[in-house]
Design a protein around this ligand. Sequence first.
Ligand SMILES: *Cc1c(COP(=O)(O)O)cnc(C)c1O
Length: 378
Amino acid sequence: MGFSTDAIHAGQTPDLTTGAVITPIYQTSTYAQEELGVNKGYEYGRTHNFTRQALEKNIATLEKGNFGIAFSSGLAAIQSVLFLLKPGSHVIVTENIYGGTFRLMDSIFKDYGIEFTWVDTSDIRKVKKAVKLNTKMVYIETPTNPLLRLTDLRGVAYICKKHKLISVVDNTFMTPYFQQPLKFGIDVVLHSTTKYLNGHSDVIGGIVITNNSEIHERLRYLQNAVGAVPSPFDCWLTLRATKTLSVRMKQHNENAIKIAKYLSKNPKVKKVFYPGLPNHPHYKLAKRQMSGFGGMLTADFGSINLVKKILKSVKIFTLAESLGGVESLISHPASMTHASVPKNLREKMGITDGLIRFSVGIEDVEDLIADITQAIGK
Ligand SMILES: *Cc1c(COP(=O)(O)O)cnc(C)c1O
């Protein structure tokens, strides 16, 4: 089936009791059992929930995966993936990953005997060089936040197969509409469904997708044993949202390309970071492994004073953390998402005080450009 058909139908059949076209919210903590040891395969809400199963099948289908395991947040999904490891394991991680993932690895999992090496994974030779005897996993984000650097998915999958490592991709920024890492041989894909998959800024959620049945069995066990499961209502909202994923992503992409081009020509802008611009260092790779460039872009305005003025003057863009909703958001990486990184390290990574990150929504792009224009001023 095509992507949009799957988005609307996968995992969903009319309700068996009433014929309801939309999968109901099975808001129940437990299930009646007919007699001792006899039930309909549903025993307890943490372990089994029909609405959640529908969501898992739906997103797994979109990622071209056999198994989906849903969690109560993106970080809960990442936590479960890290629980695949045993103490003494080493993980190679994209430097400059999502701040919450860095915190989870560096200040929690490190204390449980997991070792992390932060690598510029956009250079595949550096990934190869970082492999050690106890390396068990390569964990990447592509594109990264906020500089939108890319990593070669096929290259990572190749190294991982060769050394028997688990390859993991956080695909939150691209969604399966633009990038399907499993097709390149990646073992595990995960999402913060909070962002584009739900897309309406009203749910916190996460999901992991894989084709590997051993990994699936372990993650399914962890989902129940750790217990960070999403509520039936949140699953239902996300399931409602994925129906429009393709039309939303098309519009995010179209608007972001126009804004990236507009900013590139504005004399107040020093540099634009967007993988859809031919001068982006990974433009060719972007064309190879993505079918679009997404709705996230970053621009360097050179000075903190201009940044402050813009953030204060925008009327349609909302100053807020998060991304991927239908409404446009604007943020300041240096003091918001990357505030916990020391200034000298931050600047070394290229995250200077002059950067503004845009999560381009699906409003009329003329209005968005007019808003940015008036905020920049004369
Ligand atoms: C937001 C985000 C997360 C964390 O997800 P939550 O749903 O907030 O727990 C992980 N990775 C990326 C890339 C994100 O943007």
